[in-house]
Design a binder for this molecule. Structure first.
Ligand code: ADP
Ligand code: MG
Ligand code: MG
Length: 888
């Protein structure tokens, strides 16, 4: 016989917190609280397995379920000295749903179940309060009618309004027992008319109706959608809790409330919460009456804190607070009810909190000795750090407000206005800071949102696509700024009399929901205090190093400030777009022969050398992986007439010749065309110039007494031979430069692994490669055969239909790309056991991907500078195998 029902309280405690999967979160914690001696009204839980069995068996309950329910009910009847359905001494219960994780879409709680025309009299007699009894009955009918029978809420409201009008009063509290009696009668009639069936008066029937409604709510479209969006498996099922009623609405010595053991906004170690005197259940959150604060310290002059109003109960709650924190070792969110001066606990769970609170609570609890440092490291969700790491607007900076919207995602950002996602991405790829401005966003815009520094929409709320995605990505976002008009055709935005064009700079304050014209000065986030402590503890527990992807001085400095241990990817082509250089770059591309190219490259050499000198100085004694030119040349091509003419003039030729050369360079599929090491092989002088710039810079900086550690990286290698040829070029140049300078610098030459063929022949490539670095953006693209630039058209559908669990460009595809990586690591290290291997794609800052890198034994991850702390924490958690249940 299977056990379907678990009792809690009244001396029969069959569950506990560790049984969450079986009993749901609410049921498991009710049992746990009862088990540690807290005052929990007794009850029982129908397990999640009942739910699963119900759906597997054509919506039929297991045959032995009713007997077990009866048995558990009898137990609490005896304990309470009350009987379910008894006219004199009726037992009343609440029926509450509770899945493993709390889930919107599940059935709302039904209170006061077991009332009918007879038992209401018993309740009146027992309580000595007619009004209370009839008020409870009408609440029950309304809840049951709404939640179980699906009658619309406003139909009940109308009946109540009539009752108040008849009396000439405005408040519920002014209605008498007789009024409630009439409301009860009218509500029952209305329900019968609406549903075509009389309101169920048999308590057994009421109970099974409510239980059925909970299990039924597991498959409502809302619940199904929520599960899909949150990766919650459908076969988890929900539990149902049936619990003896206690009443917070029996008079002024009664109350109900919700509280947190610490402040969920700041993390401050202070009792925080709200309560209402003489109220039931959801009255606190329903907003009909204004709840009062718990602590005196937190109350305003006109408020009535529980600390002074109900001091005895308050002290008991303080005890509960410390018992629960000591027991659960985490901040708790609890619900309680006071019935005639006696406290009852109705729920506890790990409390939801902001990123700032999460950090503070983890550090404080470790310092208090409640948890150890490793646990503190595991407690903070790495992705939430993003919120704490963004720059803020300098409060003293001058500014011109354009418009206000919703504070959809925190942080401040400045950049050029861009009105479509593709352009946002292409400009960001060239190193430009852009703000994506849209009327609203959709899944097709994800790549542009990712590329942008900030996102602004003029329509939509806090849960609009833009807001949700921006928060997920840690991008500052102002949503629904209705005062701004966007004109996609004219490429302008208009606000408060200002007209701004695409390309103009604006600044967003995502925490305040404000949009400013131009650039507003910012201040960096503080990385001292708790943040620094957490990072220190994380660093003490991680194995992998964390580097940053950086090529500008600013990025490199930011990276160091955030604790990067080197640069894992420096994209030299980003240095080509500078206005001072692009001319020479174009001459190099358009030149018809090697001679012409050399002349143009000679102009670029000093620029590149200076770039590298800066980086070597900033990253003194830390490694810098410098990738030689990677993208197809046409990305640098001149566009307009004037640009073409300028290049023609510099090369001593005409515009027509330039056009011909442009046509020669055009490629049908540039991503798979003449790029990466193929460029270095076809035009060796390009890599030679870059290698020279690197080594000349290294020698110069070494002469300053610093320690440059260059790692020259050849992109897009597919065969050993390609690396052999390009590596030989680099080594030759190194030798020459060192001979000229009369001193040498240690360096290594390695390759990016971004083609499946490279991964599959890693053993051979490792023979001549000093290091590997997974370029997982391209590796994902080439493994799937998905064009990164076009995947936005179908990937959202793929994820929605469950073809892929996640966007593989955001989180590594473990099954495919991950497997290639594993093969590559194994075979590379078979050839060269000490081969250094890292990752430098977007994935290097994604916690789930970082966990995979730890498992594969990579030496480091490299990510954008702002994500370095995220990666440090995620790497520590990966090493600790941490990251269990989190509440942020
Ligand atoms: P939710 O999951 O929405 O929080 P709950 O099951 O916790 O729903 O119920 C909501 C509220 O109903 C509780 O906070 C509590 O105030 C009230 N409640 C539930 N069960 C009881 C009970 N047995 N006695 C008194 N109040 C109850
Ligand atoms: Mg609750
Ligand atoms: Mg690449």
């Amino acid at each position: 016989m299977s056990k379907w029902v678990y009792s809690f309280g009244a001396g029969r405690n069959e569950g506990g917190a560790e049984m969450r999967n079986l009993l749901g979160g609410k049921g498991a914690n009710l049992a746990e609280m009862a088990g540690i001696g807290l005052p929990v009204p007794p009850g029982f839980t129908l397990t999640t397995e009942v739910c699963t069995a119900f759906y597997e068996n054509d919506r039929q309950y297991p045959a032995d379920l009713p007997g077990q329910v009866r048995d558990a009910l009898t137990h609490i009847e005896k304990a309470q000295g009350l009987t379910f359905g008894d006219a004199k001494k009726p037992l009343l219960v609440s029926v509450r749903s509770g899945a493993r994780v709390s889930m919107p879409g599940m059935m709302d709680t039904v209170l006061n179940l077991g009332l009918n025309d007879q038992t209401v009299k018993g309740l009146a007699a027992m309580s000595g309060d007619q009004r209370f009894a009839w008020d409870s009955y009408r609440r029950f009918i309304q809840m049951y009618g709404g939640v179980v029978l699906g009658v619309e809420h406003h139909k009940f409201e109308e009946i109540m309004d009539h009752a108040k009008q008849d009396r000439g009063v405005t408040e519920d509290t002014q209605l008498t027992a007789e009024d409630w009696q009439r409301v009860v009668a009218a509500s029952k009639d209305m329900i019968a008319a609406e549903t075509g069936k009389p309101f169920p008066l048999d308590p057994e029937q009421q109970l099974w109706g409510a239980i059925g409604a909970v299990f039924g709510s597991w498959e409502t479209p809302r619940a199904v959608t929520y599960r899909r969006l949150n990766d919650i498996p459908g076969d988890w099922g929900t539990a149902v809790n049936v619990q003896v009623m206690v009443f917070g609405n029996m008079g002024d010595d009664c109350a109900t409330g919700v509280c947190f053991t610490r402040d969920p906004a700041t993390g401050e170690n202070m009792f925080y919460g709200e309560y209402l005197v003489n109220a039931q259940g959801e009255d606190v959150v329903a907003g009909i009456r204004t709840p009062q604060p718990m602590a005196k310290e937190r109350s305003k002059p006109d408020e009535k804190p529980m600390e002074t109003e109900m001091p005895v109960i308050y002290r008991q709650l303080l005890d509960v607070r410390s018992t629960l924190e000591k027991h659960y070792k985490d901040m708790q969110d609890m619900e309680f009810t006071v019935q005639r001066g006696k406290l009852y606990m109705l729920q506890t769970r790990n409390g939801k909190r902001t990123a700032a609170a999460s950090l503070k609570i983890a550090i404080d609890m470790a310092k208090e000795g409640l948890i150890d440092q490793k646990e503190a490291v595991n407690r903070v969700n790495p992705s939430s750090l993003d919120q704490l790491l963004h720059p803020m607007l300098d409060p003293k900076a001058k500014r011109t407000l354009l418009a206000k919207g919703l504070p959809a995602s925190p942080g401040a950002a400045s950049g050029a206005i861009v009105l479509n996602a593709d352009e946002a991405e292409s400009r960001a790829n060239k190193g430009e800071a852009v703000i994506l401005v849209r009327i609203e966003t959709s899944p097709e815009d994800i790549h542009g949102m990712h590329a942008a520094k900030g996102i602004l929409t003029t329509r939509g709320g806090m849960t609009s696509h833009a807001a949700v995605v921006a928060r997920g990505m840690g991008r500052p976002c102002v949503a629904g700024a209705g005062g701004i008009a966007v004109d996609y055709t004219a490429q302008t935005i208009t606000a408060g009399g200002h007209v701004l064009h695409a390309g103009d700079t604006i600044t967003l304050d995502g925490a305040a929901g404000e949009v400013y014209a131009g650039l507003v000065a910012m201040i960096d986030p503080t990385m001292s205090g708790d943040f620094a402590t957490l990072m220190e503890w994380a660093d003490a527990n991680r194995r992998m190093k964390v580097r940053a992807n950086a090529e500008t001085v600013l990025d490199a400095e930011t990276a160091r400030k955030f604790g990067a241990e080197g640069i894992g990817l420096s994209r030299t082509e980003h240095m080509f777009f500078d206005p001072q250089r692009i001319g020479a770059v174009r001459q190099m591309i358009m030149a018809s022969d090697a001679e012409g190219r050399r002349a143009a490259l000679a102009k670029l050499l000093p620029f590149q050398r200076e770039d590298f000198k800066d980086l070597f100085r900033i990253m003194d004694a830390l490694p810098i992986t410098i990738r030689l030119l990677d993208p197809p040349l046409h990305e640098f091509l001149p566009h307009g007439e004037a640009e073409l003419a300028a290049v023609a003039k510099a090369l001593g030729t005409d515009v027509a010749a330039m056009r011909r050369r442009g046509a020669e360079l055009a490629e049908a599929n540039p991503m798979l065309g003449l790029r990466g090491c193929r460029l270095g092989i076809v035009y060796p002088e390009i890599y030679e110039m870059q290698a020279r710039a690197i080594f000349e810079a290294a020698v110069a900086v070494a002469k300053e007494g610093k320690t440059p550690i260059p790692e020259v990286e050849i992109p897009l290698i597919g065969t050993r031979k390609e690396l052999e040829i390009t590596r030989a070029q680099v080594d030759r140049v190194a030798k020459a430069v060192f001979a000229e300078a009369g001193r040498s610098v240690e360096y290594t030459v390695g390759t990016m692994i971004e083609l499946p063929r490279a991964a599959l022949t890693a053993g051979k490539i490792a023979e001549i490669s000093d290091f590997f670095s997974f370029g997982t953006n391209d590796l994902t693209q080439t493994t799937f055969g998905f064009s990164r630039d076009d995947a936005g058209k179908f990937l959202p559908t793929f994820v929605e239909q469950g073809i892929l669990p996640k966007d593989p460009f955001i989180s590594l595809d473990v099954e495919g790309v991950g497997e290639l990586m594993r093969f590559c690591v194994e075979n590379g290290r078979k050839t060269k056991p000490d081969l250094s291997i890292g990752i430098c794609g977007e994935h290097g800052g994604d916690p789930a991907s970082i966990a995979l890198c730890e498992e594969l034994g990579l030496d480091y991850v490299s990510c954008s500078p702002y994500r370095v702390p995220v990666a440090r924490l995620a790497a520590a958690q990966a090493a600790l195998h941490g990251a269990g249940d989190r509440t942020v």
